[in-house]
Design a protein around this ligand. Structure first.
Ligand code: 13P
Length: 250
């Protein structure tokens, strides 16, 4: 039995004040939730505020990226020990916006993922094809490659700290959601690739989240699919009422 995860990726939105206001509104709405884990990923500057606001609740706090070294001359970067120190328990890695605008590659994703899990963070590793790749019939091949290369040299217990998020680039921020069938096909393929790369037991336990224009009115249909174990929600996660509605998809 895989516990579903509903995660919100705020991207470059919300100040600390706005973060406090968000949690003040969200927490009373999700107090009785037990069917899923809840994760919120604010920008770096609001992480501490979010950790304090979420203390004693079921909400875990995630970074949106992390560097693979613990410290060093890497201007602008933040490390795993720094995130752990402030109370973060998750990080997103390899989001398509980082691949597209900040030269993230399968190789850097692999280094970050290895560092994150070795240090004790859970890693939400994002994969997903572009529209051009899907139209060219390469979607499965691209995502298979991202799973194999991006997760790379992980072993045994590390595998239980990995969560994969399938986010087709053509569905992010476009209002165009992958149909449950398209998402389910890819999720099954990701699980199969994970089993081939590592082992069946780890693949069976792997949580695979769908991301890309998830809303209160499409979450239930997505969650009915056997291989969809949750969602990574972008813009709709900024609104506490809508995010709560997604969390209560059942
Ligand atoms: P939207 O939900 O805004 O499409 O964003 C999805 C996403 O990129 C989550 O990481």
């Amino acid at each position: 039995m895989r516990t579903p995860i509903i995660a919100g990726n705020w991207k470059m939105y919300k100040t600390r004040l706005e973060t406090s206001a968000f949690f003040d509104a969200l927490i009373p709405q999700i107090q009785d939730i037990e069917h899923c884990a809840i994760v919120v990923a604010p920008p770096y500057t609001a992480l501490s505020t979010a950790v304090v606001e979420a203390e004693g609740t079921r909400v875990a706090i995630s970074a949106q990226d992390v560097h693979w070294e613990d410290q060093g001359a890497f201007t602008g970067e933040v490390s795993v020990p720094m995130l752990l120190e402030i109370g973060c328990t998750y990080t997103i890695i390899g989001h398509s916006e980082r691949r597209q605008y900040f030269s993230e590659t399968d190789e850097t994703v692999e280094k970050k993922t290895r560092a994150a899990v070795a240090g004790g963070l859970k890693a939400i590793v994002c994969v997903g094809e572009t529209l051009a790749e899907r139209d060219a019939g390469q979607a499965l091949e691209v995502v298979r490659r991202q799973v194999r290369n991006g997760l790379g040299r992980l072993t045994g217990p590390d595998l239980s700290h990995i969560i994969v998020a399938y986010e087709p680039v053509w569905a992010i921020g476009t209002g165009r959601t992958a149909t449950p069938e398209i998402a389910a096909e890819m999720h099954a393929e990701i699980r199969k690739t994970f089993a081939e790369t590592y082992n069946e037991v780890a693949a069976e336990a792997l949580r695979i989240l769908y991301g890309g224009s998830v809303k209160p009115d499409n979450i239930a249909a997505l969650m009915k699919e056997e291989d969809i174990d949750g969602a990574l929600v972008g813009s709709v996660s900024l609104d506490p009422a809508s995010f709560a509605a997604i969390i209560k998809y059942q």
